[in-house]
Design a binder for this molecule. Structure first.
Ligand SMILES: CC(=O)N[C@H]1[C@@H](OP(=O)(O)OP(=O)(O)OC[C@H]2O[C@@H](n3ccc(=O)[nH]c3=O)[C@H](O)[C@@H]2O)O[C@H](CO)[C@@H](O)[C@@H]1O[C@H](C)C(=O)N[C@@H](C)C(=O)N[C@H](CCC(=O)O)C(=O)O
Ligand SMILES: Nc1ncnc2c1ncn2[C@@H]1O[C@H](COP(=O)(O)OP(=O)(O)OP(=O)(O)O)[C@@H](O)[C@H]1O
Length: 511
């Protein structure tokens, strides 16, 4: 992989990003690119972005970087080629794609966005595509990044959608490993920060949108959040939209700005109210539902839907009515990619999504559900489903809310708990630089105390123990928000945490 200065300048000019360049060497060649001074090697093209400090550039120069791309000129870069740009994140994405030689062109890319269901739908699609491509599919999800089939090709993700340089690096790795397809999650932050600038997808799926990720370090307003999410459809050759989503009109028209209606697919649960007078392409209905399994039937409604050849019955071994909707989007996306009905049917039976709807049973205490639900919409959906499925005694929920982001979730949790829970045990969940007790008090301020009994237990493991021990046989215990996260983000450090599932199993063993 390499880039030379002429290519860099030409690409940046083409995208109207170059503001100035100072170089005396016209044949400068770069054999590495990075935005981190700690990973610089000789002949590196270095990117100065984010909360950058000039000292990092001095480090980068010492380590062998010969040029830097930046919105600002630094004295510390004296003697290096300075490539000044109007937007560093866009420049990094454009140059990253070129450096790694446009790996997206060798991949069929299926991309999901939505407030909820991205990870689950990505795992469903990954499962179907494994079946369809005989294991030649990569996955970039919030949980794992999988760029090949060897154990070392699977690693934990730091972000839902990686920085552009990491994204193109991993895509290249996947292509070199023989992968032909990629399933990825695209967060609204990825658009806000131009991590996917210039990237196009073969299929883009819009699952749903509800207020979330609005706050100091994320989106200033809901309109900004919606706008960023819609960019996925604007950049997709074919679009799939959940017609049950809020703001359908906005979302559909965003898709239509770049995609003809014949390449936009709409799906919904049979009988659902759809906000626009649009014809659905695919509908689905539940045929049998338990706490362990969902059976559902898919029916094409339009010629376009029929051409997908996905009509028939399916089985999921992960509970939650919302997961049927997630699965239908995955079936449609995979069919567009060439998967057959049998591929989808067979694969879906075996899909497991880490930390989503995990269940731990106990003999004399309640059934425990561990789920990643961490905002109003997901907690409400989860508790509504559990309520409908059980003759539950009480619903006991262990929950906290993250610090320094998603502040609106606190009120959302209070509301969902007031509507659906009997007992809330408020605890810690990635407090970052905030006091977890204060966060819990903010959730508590939105709880209806006539309906819900509240306890504060700030140590999460103790909170889980308390909930399980107080539960009786008919009760349901929900451990919400962390899924299989094996850390707590505290004061900027990922502090190891055994996971909710491990703690729950331990508590049950010791009962
Ligand atoms: C606000 C934001 O987008 N921050 C991201 C951003 O931070 P940043 O660019 O300011 O980087 P930084 O870590 O402060 O450091 C500044 C620069 O100095 C460099 N540096 C630093 C130290 C050094 O010694 N040498 C050096 O060169 C760093 O490599 C970096 O380029 O770039 C970093 C990676 O380069 C990300 O880790 C970081 O994500 C933060 C931690 C984050 O959690 N973001 C969340 C909000 C996010 O993006 N979430 C979405 C999911 C949301 C959803 O569920 O929908 C996601 O896609 O994950
Ligand atoms: N379609 C859906 N509608 C409402 N809630 C959902 C839906 N799909 C999943 N959920 C709930 O949201 C939780 C998170 O699901 P998932 O991880 O798939 O979403 P995500 O979009 O990747 O979330 P995040 O952006 O927070 O990582 C699940 O554990 C479940 O409780």
């Amino acid at each position: 992989m390499s880039l030379d200065i002429t290519q860099v300048v030409t690409l940046l000019r083409e995208h109207d990003l170059l503001t100035a360049v100072t170089t005396s060497e016209h044949d400068q060649k770069f054999s590495h690119v990075t935005y981190n001074s700690k990973t610089v090697q000789p002949d590196t093209l270095f990117f100065c972005k984010g909360n950058f400090k000039a000292a990092y550039l001095a480090d980068a120069k010492r380590a062998g970087a010969t040029a830097y791309v930046s919105e600002t000129r630094y004295n510390e870069g004296e003697g290096m080629t300075a490539i000044l740009v109007s937007d560093i994140q866009k420049a990094m994405s454009i140059l990253g794609a070129a450096f790694y030689d446009y790996p997206q062109n060798d991949l069929f890319v299926i991309a999901f966005t939505g407030t909820k269901g991205k990870t689950t739908s990505s795992y469903f699609t990954y499962g179907i595509e494994r079946q369809h491509t005989h294991d030649r599919v990569a996955l970039f999800s919030t949980i794992d990044r999988i760029v090949g089939n060897a154990p070392e090709d699977r690693f934990k993700s730091h972000l839902t959608t990686p920085e552009s340089l990491d994204l193109f690096h991993d895509m290249r790795h996947a292509v070199d490993n023989g992968m032909t397809h990629l399933v990825m999650e695209v967060s609204s932050q990825a658009y806000k920060k131009n991590r996917v600038y210039g990237l196009r997808y073969n299929v883009g799926i819009f699952l749903n949108i509800t207020p979330d990720h609005i706050g100091e370090n994320e989106h200033p307003t809901f309109a900004d959040y919606l706008h960023c999410k819609e960019q996925l459809l604007v950049n997709s050759d074919k679009c799939i939209i959940n017609a049950e989503t809020d703001h359908l009109a906005d979302i559909y028209y965003a898709a239509k700005t770049t995609t003809q209606p014949e390449n936009i697919y709409l799906y919904a649960r049979e009988g659902a109210k759809v906000q626009l007078p649009l014809d659905l392409d695919v509908t689905f209905k539940n045929t049998n539902e338990t706490l362990h399994q969902s059976d559902f039937k898919v029916s094409a409604q339009s010629d376009k839907g029929k051409a997908l050849s996905i009509d028939g019955s399916y089985e999921l071994h992960i509970a939650g009515d919302f997961n049927e909707s997630n699965a239908v989007s995955s079936i449609m996306a995979s069919a567009i990619a060439g998967a057959s009905y049998e591929d989808a049917k067979t694969a879906l039976i075996g899909v497991h999504v880490p930390g989503r709807m995990e269940m731990v049973t106990s003999k004399n205490h309640g059934t425990i559900y561990i789920d990643y639900a961490h905002n109003y919409a997901s907690l409400k959906a989860l508790l509504t489903f559990l309520e409908a499925q059980t003759d539950a005694g009480r619903v006991i929920v262990v929950v906290g809310s993250t610090g320094n982001k998603g502040v609106s979730r606190r009120a959302g949790f209070g509301k969902a708990l007031s509507e659906k829970a009997n007992i809330a045990i408020l605890t810690t969940d990635d407090p970052a630089f905030e006091d977890p007790k204060k966060i819990a008090q903010e959730i508590d301020a939105h709880i209806d105390h006539d309906r819900v009994q509240v306890k504060f237990v700030m140590d999460r493991a103790t909170a889980i123990k308390t909930a399980i021990e107080m539960s009786t046989k008919d009760d349901i215990v929900v451990l919400a928000g962390k899924g299989e996260d094996a850390y707590q983000k505290i004061n900027g450090v990922d502090t190891p945490y055994p996971t909710d599932v491990t703690i729950a199993k331990q508590v049950v063993e010791e009962l």
